[in-house]
Design a protein. Sequence first.
Length: 206
Amino acid sequence: MFYKTKVKEKVRVPPKKLGVKIKESILEVCKEDYEGRIENNIGVIIAVTGIDKIGDGHVIPGDGSAYYETEIEMLTYKPTMHEIVRGTITEATEFGAFVRIGPIEGLIHVSQIMDDFINYDAKLPGFVGKKTDKKIVQEDDVLAKIVTISMKDDTSNSKIGLTMRQIGLGKNDWIAIAAKQDKKNEKKEVQEKPVQKKSEKKEKKK
């Protein structure tokens, strides 16, 4: 989930950045230091969007930099368990599909792609359901559910596990396919329902 986040930090402004407006200098320093990082309590820092309150600056003997207690405004992304996310398939391999969700990629293991037996087609590349003919390939937009989260110090080392096996997940056209399958099943049930004989009806009336 995306958040507007505000944090208080002591920002170090080096001497070379002290010659201009201090707010602009602090914003520039914060963009360089924070964007792309992952913090345990706030998740992925996508962008530093602004600087709010700035305290008085102070220096440390032997250090030419100035330090400012600062409120930093950020756009962040923090995945949560069982969250439904929308993403785009970036790669399909024999063991699963990678999905871009915001600033991070998740993996849908081949066993979690759909509720059907599937074949991997290297020519697509992608997956095709044996019974339903549902197909998923690179650049498809999908809905998925987060089932595992392992956040590290950066996005390349972090791991998000996803599933699309539940009803309502996957591609939009899968819902239409599921509806058609339900209608077929209903017709089949009606055809297979036993018909009462006339003699049986008369006995019931007695």
